[in-house]
Design a protein around this ligand. Structure first.
Ligand SMILES: Nc1ncnc2c1ncn2[C@@H]1O[C@H](COP(=O)(O)OP(=O)(O)OP(=O)(O)O)[C@@H](O)[C@H]1O
Length: 721
C-alpha cells in the first residue's frame, strides 16, 4: 500500500495530564497526605506533623499544590479515569488518528493497576479495547476494518516480543515513512476485544516482574501494547486507507535502591529502569521548555523507551499521561517528583493529523501532494537557514533580552546536567556497594568450599557452594561492566558540563550587563551546590540503610542463638554494653514488614550525633517503654509511646502536653550523672558536652552497629522519576 501521507490540516494540541492517587494498601500504615479537590487539584500535605499554623502561613511547610486536567481521588475506579480523560481520545483511533496513553509514577504507585486492572476494576487497556471494538461494530459505513495488535517490553534496554513464547532481542529501526518501528515484532490480526485480552493476559504472564520491598509484584520492564486500526474506504474513483494507532504504555516504576532493598540483579534492573526513566524525564523537560523558547534539544536517542515514545511525546499523537501516586507520607518525595514531571508534561505539544494512505490515486492527486510537499520542503529550508543563522550569531550581537533568556536556558541545562551526573554517580555508588557485598560473600564461599572439600565425601554441598560462587562471580562481572558504561556516561556528562560552563563564561565576558549576568550565574552555581549536597545526603541515606540491614541481621543471629531477653541483657551488661531499646530491637529483627511501617519511629529513636545524651528506655522495658526522639531536619522532639507507635505527641518549648511528659523529659540523664538541661524543643544542648561517640550507650565498637547505629536520617535525594 502506498503510504504517502496526504497533506491534511494539522491540529496542535497539548498533552492531557491526569493524576490518579491510589488508596493506602493494607501493608501501609502511614498517614494519608494526598488530598484531591475539585477534580483537578492535588494537594500534598507536609509529612512532618509538627509544622504548625505559623509555619504554614509563613510558607515554611513542604505542602505542595498542583492543578492538572483531571485529578482522581483514591476511591475512583479505573472506569472513572477512562470515561473522563481517555474515551474521547480512543474513539479518534477508529478515524485514523494516533493516540498514546502512558502511566508514569514511582514503584508501587498503581501504574499496572491502572493500565491492566483487575476483574472487578478493569484497567485502561481493557476498557480501550472494548471501546474500539464497540465502535467498529456500530459503524454504519461500508468501510472494511482490520485490527492488528503487538505487545512488547523493554527490559534492561533490550526489546522483547511479549506475544512470542521465547522472543529474542529485537532492534529498533528508523523508517523514513513509518517512523520508529521494531524489526521482527509480531503483529497479530484480531477480530474481537476478547482475543486481544487473551493475548494481553499471555503477554503479561511473560513480563519480567520481581518482588521488591516497595511492591510485591513490581514490573521490571516497560510494556507497550499497540493496536492498529486500518479503515479501508471504497470510493468511486479511489480507495483510501486510514490508519489509526493506539499505544498503551505501562512503565516500570522509578525507585530508590535503599527502598527496594535490592542487590545484584534487582539493583541492576533498578538502575536500568531509573536510567530510561531519567531519559524520559529529560525529554519531558526539554519538550516542556520547547514551547517557551523553541530551542531545547530533545534527547530521544538516550534510551529505547524514549525512542519508542517519540511519536507519543511530540509527533502525530493525541497523548494522555496518567501520573500515578501513592497517598502514603513516606512516599512524599516520590509523589512530589512525579507531580513535578506531570506538571511539566502539561506544556508538551503534539500535532495530530489523520493518517491517510491512498490506493489507486489519480495523477492529479499525486501532483497536488508533490506540490504541497515541495512547499513544505522549501519552508523547512528557510526555517533551517534561520536557525543556523541564530546559532552562528555571537552573543554580543544579541539584544540584552535575548541574551538573558539564552543564559537562563544555558544555566537551566547546566542544572539538569548536574542532576544527571548525580544520578549516574549514585548508580555507580550502588553498584560498588553491591559488589563489595558480593566480594565478601565470595570470600566466605571460598572458605566454605575449602573446609567442605576436606570433610565431604559425595561433594553435594561443595557443588551447591560452587554454583552459588559462579552466580556471585557473574553478578560481579555484570556489575563491573555496567559500572564501566556508567563511567563513560559520567565522562560524557562532564564534557557537556564544561561546554555549558564555557558558553556561560563567554556570555558573561562579552556582555555589557556583566553584574546581572554574574549574579545569575552565581545563583545557578549555588543551586548546583545545593543539588550536590542533596546527593551527599542521599549517599548517607544509603549507608544508613546498610547499617540498619546489618543491625537486623545481627539481631536475627542473636535471637537465633536461642538466648532470651534476660540472658542477652546479662551478657551485654557483662561486656559493658547497654542495649538501648529491647522492644524495638526485637521487633525490628522479627518482622520486615514491621520495619516499613515503623521506619519513621526506628529512625528517630536513636541517639543523636549532636547533642549526645542517654535515653532511659532501657530502664523501662515492655509496657511502659518510651522513647525520646528528634527529627534532625526539623529540630523538633517528640514523645512517643511504643504501645501506640503511630501516636506522636509534640512537646512544645513553653508548655508540655501533660505533666507526665514533663516528668518523662526530666528523666533524661547521662549515665555519668550529668543531665541535659536542654528544653526538648531546642536543638542544642546546654550542659551536654560529650560527643555521641563518647557515650557508653553507643558502644559501636563492641558489637559493630548492632545495638546503636547513627540513624538520624533525612529521606532526601532527587532520584529521578
Ligand atoms: N486504585 C487502586 N485500588 C486498589 N489497589 C490499588 C490501586 N492501585 C494500586 N493498587 C495496589 O497497589 C499495589 C501496587 O500497584 P501496582 O503494582 O499497580 O504498582 P506499579 O506502579 O505498577 O508498581 P511497579 O512500578 O513496581 O510495577 C498493588 O498491590 C495494587 O493492587
Amino acid at each position: 500500500m502506498p503510504s504517502i501521507r496526504a497533506p491534511a490540516t494539522k491540529k496542535t494540541t497539548t498533552l492531557t495530564v491526569a493524576v490518579k492517587c491510589r488508596p493506602l494498601t493494607e501493608k501501609e500504615r502511614g498517614r494519608d497526605i494526598v488530598r484531591v479537590s475539585n477534580d483537578k487539584e492535588v494537594v500534598i500535605l507536609d509529612p512532618d506533623l509538627s509544622k504548625d499554623y505559623l509555619d504554614r502561613i509563613q510558607n515554611r511547610t513542604k505542602e505542595r499544590r498542583y492543578t492538572f486536567d483531571y485529578a482522581f481521588a483514591p476511591d475512583s475506579k479505573n472506569v472513572d479515569v477512562y470515561e473522563r480523560s481517555i474515551s474521547s481520545t480512543i474513539s479518534g483511533v477508529v478515524h485514523g488518528l494516533n493516540a498514546t496513553v502512558f502511566a508514569y509514577g514511582s514503584t508501587g504507585s498503581g501504574k499496572t493497576y491502572t493500565m491492566v486492572g483487575t476483574e472487578g476494576d478493569p484497567g485502561l487497556m481493557v476498557l480501550s479495547l472494548h471501546t474500539i471494538f464497540n465502535l467498529l461494530k456500530n459503524d454504519k459505513s461500508s468501510d472494511v476494518f482490520e485490527v492488528t495488535c503487538s505487545y512488547l517490553e523493554v527490559y534492561n534496554e533490550v526489546i522483547y516480543d511479549l506475544l512470542e513464547k521465547s522472543s529474542g532481542h529485537l532492534e529498533l529501526r528508523e523508517d523514513p515513512e513509518q517512523g520508529i518501528t521494531v524489526a521482527g515484532l509480531r503483529c497479530i490480526k484480531v477480530n474481537s476485544a476478547d482475543k486481544i485480552l487473551e493475548l494481553l493476559k499471555v503477554g503479561n504472564s511473560r513480563r519480567k516482574t520481581d518482588s521488591t520491598d516497595a511492591n510485591e509484584t513490581s514490573s521490571r520492564s516497560h510494556a507497550v501494547l499497540e493496536i492498529t486500526v486500518l479503515r479501508k474506504q471504497k470510493r468511486k474513483y479511489r480507495s483510501q486507507v486510514i490508519r489509526g494507532k493506539l499505544a498503551l504504555v505501562d512503565l516500570a516504576g522509578s525507585e530508590r535502591a535503599s527502598e527496594t532493598n535490592s542487590g545484584g540483579k534487582k539493583l541492576r534492573d533498578g538502575a536500568n529502569i531509573n536510567r530510561s526513566l531519567l531519559a524520559l524525564a529529560n525529554c519531558i523537560n526539554a519538550l516542556g521548555k520547547q514551547h517557551k523558547k523553541g530551542l531545547a534539544y530533545v534527547p530521544y536517542r538516550n534510551s529505547k523507551l524514549t525512542r519508542i515514545l517519540k511519536v507519543g511525546l511530540s509527533g502525530n499523537s493525541q497523548t494522555v499521561m496518567i501520573a500515578t501516586i501513592s497517598p502514603a507520607d513516606n512516599q512524599y518525595h516520590h509523589t512530589v517528583n512525579t507531580l513535578k514531571y506531570a506538571d511539566r508534561a502539561k506544556e508538551i505539544k503534539t500535532h495530530i493529523q489523520k493518517n491517510i494512505g491512498t490506493v489507486d490515486t489519480h495523477v492529479s492527486d499525486y501532483q497536488r501532494m508533490i506540490d504541497s510537499l515541495q512547499t513544505e520542503v522549501s519552508q523547512l529550508k528557510t526555517q533551517l537557514a534561520e536557525k543556523e543563522n541564530q546559532l552562528n550569531t555571537k552573543p554580543t550581537e544579541r539584544s540584552v533580552d535575548d541574551e538573558l533568556s539564552w543564559l537562563n536556558i544555558l544555566s537551566q541545562e547546566t542544572s539538569e546536567n548536574v542532576q544527571e551526573r548525580i544520578n549516574l554517580q549514585k548508580a555507580v555508588f550502588e553498584l560498588e556497594e553491591t559488589n563489595l557485598r558480593n566480594r565478601t560473600e565470595l570470600q566466605h564461599l571460598d572458605d566454605g568450599i575449602a573446609k567442605q572439600q576436606a570433610i565431604e565425601n559425595d561433594g553435594t554441598v561443595v557443588q551447591a557452594l560452587m554454583l552459588r560462587r559462579q552466580l556471585v562471580l557473574d553478578n560481579i562481572r555484570d556489575n563491573d561492566e555496567t559500572g564501566v558504561i556508567y563511567q563513560k556516561e559520567i565522562e560524557a556528562n562532564e564534557k557537556r558540563r564544561c561546554q555549558l560552563q564555557e558558553m556561560i563564561d563567554e556570555a558573561i565576558s562579552n556582555n555589557a550587563n556583566k553584574t546581572y549576568l554574574r549574579i545569575l550565574s552565581q545563583y545557578r552555581l549555588l543551586g548546583m551546590t545545593n543539588t550536590e549536597l542533596q546527593f551527599e545526603m542521599a549517599l548517607r541515606d544509603q549507608v544508613i540503610h546498610n547499617q540498619r540491614e546489618t543491625q537486623r541481621n545481627l539481631w536475627s543471629l542473636l535471637m537465633g542463638l536461642g538466648l532470651d531477653e534476660k540472658q542477652l541483657l546479662k551478657l551485654a551488661a557483662k561486656q559493658g554494653i547497654t542495649i538501648e531499646d529491647w522492644t524495638m530491637a526485637t521487633q525490628l529483627s522479627m518482622t520486615d514488614s514491621w520495619k516499613t511501617a515503623h521506619e519513621r519511629s526506628t529512625r528517630v529513636s536513636q541517639p543523636h550525633a549532636n547533642p549526645s545524651r542517654t535515653f532511659p528506655q532501657h530502664q523501662e522495658y515492655g509496657e511502659t517503654a518510651h522513647t525520646y526522639c528528634r527529627e534532625e531536619h526539623h529540630s523538633s522532639y517528640y514523645f512517643m509511646s511504643h504501645n501506640s507507635p503511630s501516636t506522636y505527641t509534640k512537646l512544645t518549648r513553653t508548655s508540655y502536653s501533660s505533666p507526665q511528659q514533663k516528668d518523662e523529659w526530666n528523666k533524661i540523664s547521662h549515665e555519668d550523672g550529668t543531665s541535659c538541661s536542654e528544653d526538648p524543643c531546642m536543638s542544642t544542648s546546654v550542659n551536654c558536652n560529650r560527643t555521641y561517640e563518647q557515650s557508653s550507650v553507643v558502644n559501636v565498637s563492641k558489637i559493630g552497629s548492632v545495638l546503636s547505629a547513627k540513624t538520624s536520617v533525612s529521606q532526601v535525594g532527587n532520584w529521578p522519576v
